[in-house]
Design a protein around this ligand. Structure first.
Ligand code: ADP
Ligand code: MG
Length: 276
């Protein structure tokens, strides 16, 4: 592991006042303990309703977002992805997913949004979708969603959680959009305020799956810096774009995280099995 990444991870733990765990197992245990402690009050109440926001079908169609997509094989692919994700998360008792990949433009954001939509169509599944590509926030654009306050307002201390979560069509889906790009994104990802944010999400959690849309793995130290705060990683790999060399380069970073799966995007073979 390179020094900068190691440092990023250590800094993350240091700022939260916890020691760096030695292994994925101990990291998971620590997270589960935190979650149980945080989760008790929420189990007594129902998952909450948040303010509602409208979306724009034309924007969604442009960006291949599900309800606006007429491609049957794409719809099927996301249903299969949903089922597999649910099964694996259940098996490992994971609640949160970071969506990342090797480079820009591979379909990470498109996949994160479509997976969140597909999951929330399941009547038993409640989802939070968080725009955590702090340097290039896109979720609101792709959904054609207008909103007042977002994640940046929360991080700057100008809003609380219930002001930045928006229910789209379904109350089972809560989107946390962001309108403002941050240059020093990994510092924000490590900030105490971000810790408060994930803790607030955790309190809603036994009933919710949280999806974080993130930047590429190696373009910055964002994903690694945030790794202590998510359970599993979904890699989006675009055929032709993510070279073997890049995957090899990411091996050490990946060894720090639980791999939920690899979603293959833009496959030439347009069949659903190629998606996962
Ligand atoms: N399978 C696909 N077919 C057509 N367009 C796609 C596909 N996947 C992604 N795109 C488009 O490519 C662009 C980049 O995708 P995006 O999800 O923003 O990538 P990333 O988040 O990895 O940078 C978007 O305009 C998106 O709509
Ligand atoms: Mg993206």
């Amino acid at each position: 592991m390179s020094t900068t990444m190691d440092e990023a991870l250590r800094r993350g733990y240091a700022e939260r006042g916890t020691e760096r765990p030695n292994s994925i197992e101990s990291m998971n245990l620590q997270r589960q303990r935190m979650r149980r402690a945080a989760a008790q009050p929420a189990e007594l109440q129902q998952a909450r309703r948040f303010r509602s926001a409208s979306v724009d079908a034309r924007a969604m169609e442009r960006q291949c977002i599900l309800p606006a997509v007429s491609d049957v094989s794409a719809l099927r692919a996301f249903k299969i992805l949903r089922t597999r994700v649910l099964r694996r998360m259940d098996m490992h008792k994971w609640n949160s997913i970071a969506v990342s990949g090797m480079s820009q433009g591979e379909g990470k954001t498109m996949t994160a949004i479509n997976l969140a939509l597909a999951l929330s169509q399941d009547v038993n599944t409640w989802v939070f979708l968080v725009d955590l590509d702090l340097q290039r926030p896109q979720i609101a654009n792709y959904l054609g969603m207008s909103f007042e306050k977002g994640l940046s307002d929360y991080l700057l201390g100008k809003a609380e959680l219930d002001e930045i979560v928006y229910n789209l069509q379904s109350e089972r889906l809560g989107v946390i959009p962001n309108a403002r790009a941050f240059q020093h994104s990994s510092e924000f990802l490590n900030s105490p305020r971000m810790g408060e944010f994930t803790a607030a999400l955790e309190r809603e959690m036994p009933r919710r799956i949280v999806i974080f849309d993130m930047p590429p793995l190696l373009a910055s130290d964002d994903v690694l810096a945030f790794a202590p705060q998510f359970d599993s990683l979904l890699l989006v790999v675009s055929e032709g774009k993510s070279g073997r060399a890049m995957l090899r380069g990411a091996k050490e970073v990946l060894s720090e995280m639980n791999l939920l799966g690899v979603a293959l995007n833009r496959s030439k073979e347009r069949n659903e099995s190629a998606y996962y």
